[in-house]
Design a protein around this ligand. Structure first.
Ligand code: FAD
Length: 382
């Protein structure tokens, strides 16, 4: 018997945002996760994630980010929860600055505000930064951070409020379908079959397993981050005084103090490949050393931190690094939303809204050509 209109597999930020937007359109939704919602081992289960308008010369993603910011603001207003802090992002440039110059060109073309700042101007604004080590900086006031874990909780509450349901501890192992390409149910690891009219797979780093029938070339890399408590002058590092800061050349980014006095340092540099998502993991000592090196160079006050906590999560990627947001090949009632690499949370409301449009049979407002599964070389079924 079908009790639900839609089953969403995966209670990360993409699954819950999709479920929330579906529920707001009147669909009766069930969200299930193999662990919990939020899942402490999922990629979304972190307090803060970067929200940025700058994506190098890729104006498509800058345009998407500009479309997503008002959605975050509306969600924040509706839920009265702090989900989005748009207090600016500073990108320090220490080489020829090709990436940052490309970002400027796109920001200019799209008429988005930015400032090109000299070291003295940067240090006047952010007195904790050292004047040496970088040549100039790109500041965009539209950047900031999203509170990913809080957003998952808000989306999940919204689903329940709209009459939907959350199921934790259910691992889907098989997609059952008939000859005409209609998914008829999902079998879990205990043998129970779950039925709905439509199905959405937002299974993050586990997508390779759960969608193994389709041969989509997903890969996973381990990405590390460290929470650290500033050893001194903690107040200086709160969002009112400290931007989200990044150093594209080395992939590092730093967040202001945002949770129990902790700030965060992370790296977007491509991590080591992993065949399977195995959790939990702890960061390598080498990462701690590199993080201290980054801070010593630009923000020496922070480099001798002792109070810290490390986390490792996965980026799920495709060979061209674009997302997968499409109907599954050969199926008429199942969609995949995966491979968001280092960008899922920042775009989460837009992705959730888009999934809800597709499942409702509407033409999505967002142009999805970059996210089609048909662009990828699928491996043959074994
Ligand atoms: C260190 C690091 C830093 C990052 N920084 C940023 C950033 O600054 N800005 C940004 O926007 N993004 C960032 N990202 C990327 C972002 O975290 C991911 O893109 C995003 O969290 C992916 O969300 P998701 O919902 O697809 O996956 P997840 O959050 O992993 O959720 C997938 C869920 O599906 C469940 N699931 C999987 N298979 C099954 C199954 N068979 N049955 C039931 N449940 C299942 C899992 O248990 C999991 O909870 C970062 C990622 C990492 C690792």
């Amino acid at each position: 018997m079908k009790v639900y209109d839609v089953i969403v597999v995966g209670g990360g930020i993409i699954g819950t945002s999709s479920a929330y937007h579906l529920a707001r359109r009147g669909h009766k939704v069930l969200v299930m996760d193999q662990v919990d919602i939020p899942n402490p081992q999922g990629s979304s289960d972190d307090h803060a994630r970067v929200f940025k308008l700058t994506h190098g010369k890729d104006s498509f993603y800058t345009g998407l980010a500009a479309q997503t910011a008002p959605l975050w603001k509306a969600l924040q207003q509706d839920s009265r929860a702090e989900l989005f802090v748009q207090h600016g992002m500073l990108e320090l440039v220490m080489d020829a600055g090709k990436y940052e110059k490309d970002c400027i060109k796109v920001l200019q073309d799209l008429k988005l505000p930015f400032q090109k700042l000299k070291p003295a101007e940067i240090c006047e604004r952010y007195r904790m930064l050292k004047k040496t080590g970088f040549k100039w900086g790109l500041y965009h006031s539209g950047g900031g951070m999203v509170f990913a874990k809080k957003a998952i909780e808000m989306f999940a509450q919204g689903v329940v409020k709209a009459g939907g349901k959350l199921e934790a501890g259910v691992r889907i192992v098989k997609i059952q379908k008939d000859k005409s390409g209609v998914v008829t149910g999902l079998k879990d690891s205990k043998g129970k079959v779950w039925k709905a009219g439509n199905y959405v797979f937002a299974s993050g780093a586990w997508s390779k397993d759960v969608l193994s029938d389709f041969g989509i070339p997903f890969s996973m890399t381990k990405q590390e981050c460290l929470y650290l408590r500033p050893p001194r002058n903690q107040g200086r590092y709160r969002p009112a005084h400290f931007p989200v800061m990044s150093l594209h050349k080395y992939g590092f980014h730093a967040f202001p103090v945002h949770i129990h006095g902790f700030m965060k340092v992370g790296s977007h540099k491509k991590g080591t490949l992993s065949r399977k998502a195995v959790t939990p993991l702890t960061p390598d000592k080498k990462f701690e050393k590199a993080s201290r090196g980054f801070l010593r160079k630009f923000c020496s006050d922070l480099a001798d931190f002792t109070d810290m906590e490390g986390r490792v999560y996965y980026y799920t990627r495709t060979p061209d690094e674009d997302f997968v947001l499409d109907k599954l090949p050969g199926l008429s009632n199942a969609w995949a939303a995966a491979a968001f690499a280092g960008n899922g949370p920042m775009f989460a409301p837009l992705i959730g809204k888009t999934i809800s449009e597709m499942v409702s049979g509407e033409k999505p407002e967002t142009n999805l050509h970059r996210f089609r599964i048909g662009r990828l070389k699928l491996s043959k079924k074994k």
